[in-house]
Design a protein around this ligand. Structure first.
Ligand SMILES: Cc1cc2nc3c(=O)[nH]c(=O)nc-3n(C[C@H](O)[C@H](O)[C@H](O)COP(=O)(O)O)c2cc1C
Length: 372
C-alpha cells in the first residue's frame, strides 16, 4: 500500500515538467506518513493535524476562479475546517458563487486525501449557521481502504489542469462520459452534455448575443471591472507568483473560432500568452448544473467539478472552463430555459484528450492553514 501511494505521486514517465515543483512541495515525509496510516487505519482514527501539510496540499490543487485560491484551512487532531477567504473574492463575483464553487473543489480534494489515509471522510457542510465563512468541517470516519477509482483520481491530482490549448482529435475514451455524469450526480449536481446540432447552436446563440453586447459597451463599468480584475490576477512570463493565472496557461488571443466556446481574454493584448494553436473542436461540451442558487448547492457543484476533472484527468482528458457569461443572471436563465430545465447552470466545460500537463502554482500549505 505504501509503495502504491508513493507511486501515485511519482509520474516520472509522463510530460510533467511543471509538476516537479508541486511534488517538491508535497513532501515525501507527508506522503509516507499518509501511507503508513493507510496501511494500518485504526479505530482511533488518524491524527489529522500530523498530516495537515499533505491534506492541505492535495486539497489546494483544486481549480479556482482566476487561481485566487480563496480558501483557508484550520486543522485540529480530529477535524479539518475549510473557510472561504473573502479577501480573495472577485468583485465580479459579488454573491461569492464562484468563490464557493472553488472551495467546493478544494473540499473534494480534502475528502480524497482523507480517503488516501484509509478512512471515510465525514463532511459537515456549513456546520455553524452563524459562521457563513466556515464552509465545511471534515472528520475521518470509519476505516475503509481506498478503491481503485479513488487511487486513480489521487494519481491525477498533480497533472490535472485547466486546458486552454488544442485538444487531440477524436472522442473521449469509451464509457468516460457516463462515469462523469455519475460523478456529478453522486455529489448532488448534474452534468448536462450539450449534444452537437440544435442544442449546441442554441448555446452558441446565447453566448454570441452575450459577447456582442459586451463588444458594444467596452467601457461599461462591468467590463472595466472585469478587465481590472483579470489584470490583477494574471501573471507575466517568468513570474514566481504562487497564485493568479500564469502566462503559460492562457493563449495570447482569446479564442472565438467556430466550434469552440468563446474564451475569457486573460492576455488583454499584452502578448504574454502562448500562440493559439487552433485544433479541432472539443468532442464534448457540457454544463455543470447545481441543484439551486444557494451556497450549499454551489459547494456541492464545486465538489462535483473536482471529482469530474480528476476522473477525466486520470484518462488524460482535460477541460476548458468558462464562467464569465454565466455571471449574467440573464444568460443563466436562458441556458436553463433552453438546455438545462432543472437546476441552475454554473459552469461550461469543453472536454477533450490532451497529452500535456501545465499545472499552475499554488500557495504553500503553511500560508493557507493554521493549526489549533
Ligand atoms: C468557479 C471557477 C470558474 C472558472 N472560470 C474560468 C473561466 O471563465 N475561464 C477560464 O479559462 N478558466 C476558468 N476557471 C479555471 C481557473 O482559471 C483555474 O482553475 C485556475 O487558473 C487554476 O488553474 P488549474 O485549474 O490549471 O489548476 C475557473 C475555475 C473555477 C473553479
Amino acid at each position: 500500500m505504501a509503495e502504491d501511494l508513493l507511486r501515485a505521486f511519482s509520474l516520472a514517465s509522463r510530460d510533467l515538467r511543471p509538476c516537479r515543483l508541486w511534488r517538491a512541495q508535497l513532501s515525501v515525509r507527508n506522503v509516507s506518513k499518509a501511507s503508513k496510516a493507510a496501511q494500518n487505519p485504526g479505530p482511533a482514527g488518524p491524527d489529522l493535524a500530523g498530516r495537515a501539510g499533505y491534506l492541505v496540499e492535495v486539497a489546494a490543487r483544486a481549480p479556482s476562479v482566476h487561481n485566487t485560491q480563496p480558501w483557508r484551512f484550520t486543522v485540529t487532531e480530529d477535524a479539518v475546517e475549510l473557510y472561504a477567504d473573502a479577501g480573495r473574492q472577485l468583485l465580479e463575483d459579488p454573491a461569492g458563487r464562484e468563490m464557493t464553487i472553488s472551495c467546493g473543489a478544494a473540499l473534494f480534494g480534502l475528502r480524497l486525501a482523507i480517503r488516501s489515509l484509509g478512512y471515510q471522510p465525514e463532511a459537515d457542510l456549513f456546520p455553524e449557521p452563524g459562521q457563513r465563512q466556515l464552509l465545511a468541517r471534515v472528520r475521518a470516519g470509519l476505516p475503509a481502504p481506498m478503491t481503485h477509482d479513488e487511487r486513480a483520481m489521487l494519481q491525477a491530482v498533480p497533472h490535472r489542469h485547466t486546458h486552454r490549448g488544442a485538444f487531440e482529435p477524436g472522442p473521449l475514451p469509451g464509457g468516460l462520459l457516463a462515469r462523469l455524469k455519475d460523478d456529478a450526480a453522486a455529489e448532488g449536481a448534474t452534468l448536462v452534455v450539450v449534444e452537437g446540432g440544435p442544442a449546441y447552436r442554441r448555446l452558441t446563440k446565447i453566448l454570441g448575443a452575450w459577447s456582442r453586447k459586451r463588444d458594444l459597451y467596452p467601457t461599461s463599468h462591468a467590463e472595466i471591472q472585469a478587465q481590472t480584475e483579470t489584470q490583477r490576477w494574471t501573471r507575466e512570463p517568468g513570474s514566481q507568483a504562487r497564485d493568479g493565472v500564469p502566462a503559460h496557461a492562457f493563449p495570447a488571443a482569446a479564442g472565438r473560432e467556430p466550434g469552440h466556446l468563446p474564451q475569457r481574454d486573460f492576455d488583454l493584448g499584452r502578448g504574454w500568452g502562448f500562440s493559439p494553436s487552433g485544433g479541432p473542436p472539443a468532442p464534448v461540451t457540457a454544463v455543470l448544473v447545481a441543484r439551486g442558487e444557494d451556497e450549499q448547492s454551489w459547494l456541492r457543484a464545486g465538489q462535483a467539478l473536482q471529482r469530474i476533472l480528476l476522473r477525466a484527468a486520470s484518462q488524460w482528458v482535460f477541460a476548458g472552463l468558462q464562467t464569465q457569461p454565466l455571471q449574467s443572471a440573464s444568460v443563466r436563465a436562458q441556458i436553463r430555459g433552453s438546455l438545462t430545465p432543472t437546476g441552475s447552470p454554473q459552469l461550461l466545460l469543453e472536454l477533450g484528450v490532451a497529452r500535456t500537463a501545465h499545472p499552475t502554482a499554488r500557495r504553500p500549505a503553511s500560508e493557507v492553514s493554521t493549526d489549533r
